[in-house]
Design a protein around this ligand. Structure first.
Ligand code: TRP
Length: 452
């Protein structure tokens, strides 16, 4: 059976942008930035996107296009008779970890959308939004229904195997989300006390850089936000035709993704300070901040409705790219049908998601890593460890295993003035930075280099 292909390059671009832009830009970016001191985090994150993220995005897509296979098959094809393909299992593992909590949070967003439809969020609930949200997520089955709904939608799109639906929807909803975010940013900036939020986001407190955890947090956010290191972009790249050029496409994806992250910071943080919300509230941060903004806004009920609708669609276009990673692998490796594979994978992730959801209720005392709860622990392992390791493996494959001429050809950089620069980043800079950040996070850097 011939492998599926995108209809057009634009189809690929939209699907890849859809993958990149999602809850990571709005929900995850805000709470991770809030936890890590704001401005200094933003600068590090932007630095990593430019220095590591976009070059590795190009690398990852090019591996998929060259090998025309899934995350494990591609390593087997490009580095035959080596154990390299084993690193592909980092990608499969991170897909399970990430989608099982992603579906829970996207379920929360769907619940919010529903509340704007039925009007119950047009006025503040008796217990305030923070209280109402806390009651909702700690309920034993209510949020799980929404997780199930979101996962079902994801599976339905993936088992269709046709990207037309989501591509077409993204064509409308991504621009709409962008416009809404800009409107919200201006509104948020007009609030009393907004300047404190802007200061938090744009005036770096350099002392935050002395905490080693900020580097790994910024690296993890760059990977998560760009959908990097799992093999999602690799798998999408494998459906590309050879004649589609990659460098401009990946740059476009990087710019778009960064735009959404920065603008959502401009929406969230002025409001956080104006309404006296704690910037380090963790995962619930935007779910408390946003309805408070909408309540203050003229026509906020309608804006909230459209906003959460667009957010759910952005989440769906991301979640399908995650489910596609194990689906593509198991289909090829075991010869299963797309239908059976996507339903099975999605169901396993849903069951894991039940645990994530209960982590905000009856299992709130469960802290697998340090004082991190279930969602935060899964996110930490997947985003801060598995994704960078996956990216490291891809960088080493293209930088060291392939000949330079092969690498440049695979990325359409053979005749480009930036080809040498890109190759230097992928061969040396990105791997070294990733290793240093890891050593730093586990406290080994200062052991190996005592003078630091
Ligand atoms: N990038 C998406 C977001 O920001 C999430 C996502 C989709 C993802 N595919 C991925 C994250 C692959 C890591 C790896 O919401």
């Amino acid at each position: 059976m011939a492998r599926e292909k995108w209809g057009t390059k634009l189809g690929f671009m939209l699907a890849a942008m859809g993958s990149a832009v999602g809850l990571g830009n709005i929900w995850r970016f805000s709470f991770v930035a809030g936890n890590n001191g704001g401005g200094a985090f933003l600068i590090l994150y932007l630095l990593f996107v430019v220095l590591i993220g976009v070059p590795l995005l190009l690398t990852e897509v090019s591996i998929g296009r060259k090998a025309e296979s899934d995350v494990i098959g591609s390593f087997k094809k490009l580095a035959p008779k080596t154990p390299w393909y084993l690193t592909g299992f980092f990608g499969i593992a991170s897909a399970f970890l990430i989608l099982s909590f992603y579906a829970v949070v996207a379920g929360w967003a769907m619940f919010y959308f529903w509340n704007y439809i039925n009007g119950s969020f047009f006025t503040s609930p008796d217990v305030g939004y923070e209280g109402a949200f806390g009651q909702f997520i700690s309920h034993s089955w209510h949020p799980i229904i929404w997780t199930a709904l979101f996962m079902t939608l994801t599976i339905v799109i993936v088992l269709g195997g046709v990207k037309r639906g989501i591509e077409a929807a993204n064509r409308i909803f991504m621009p709409l989300l962008a416009v809404l975010m800009i409107v919200l940013a201006f509104f948020s900036l007009s609030l009393d006390g907004a300047s404190e939020g802007m200061k938090f986001l744009f005036t770096p407190d350099w002392s935050a850089l002395s905490d080693p955890s900020i580097y790994i947090a910024a690296l993890g956010q760059a990977f998560f936000s760009l959908s990097l290191g799992m093999g999602a972009m690799l798998t999408y790249g494998s459906y590309l035709k050879k004649e589609n050029k990659l460098p401009s496409a990946t740059l476009g994806i990087g710019l778009m993704d960064t735009f959404f992250a920065v603008i959502s910071g401009i929406v969230i943080f002025p409001a956080v300070f104006a309404f006296g919300i704690d910037p380090s509230s963790g995962p619930p941060l935007v779910f408390i901040t946003l309805p408070t903004i909408f309540e203050q806004m003229p026509f906020g009920g309608v804006v909230g409705l459209i906003f959460f609708f667009a957010l759910v669609l952005a989440s769906l276009s991301s979640s399908v790219s995650i489910l596609e990673v194990p689906t593509a692998y198991f289909m090829r490796a075991f010869g299963w049908s797309r239908f059976a594979t996507s339903v099975l994978m999605g169901s396993i992730m849903f069951v894991m998601g039940i645990g994530v959801s209960l982590g905000f209720g009856v299992w709130s005392g469960v802290t697998p890593i340090g004082d991190l709860g279930i969602l935060d622990s899964m996110d930490y392992i997947a985003s801060n460890i598995l994704l960078p390791l996956g990216g490291l493996s891809m960088a080493l494959l293209v930088g060291w295993f392939l000949k330079k001429s092969e690498a440049l050809e695979a990325t359409d950089l053979s005749n480009s003035p930036i080809g040498g620069f890109w190759h230097f980043i992928v061969k040396y800079l990105a791997p070294i930075l990733i290793v240093i950040i890891f050593l730093n996070a586990v406290g080994l850097l200062s052991v190996i280099f005592p003078f630091l």
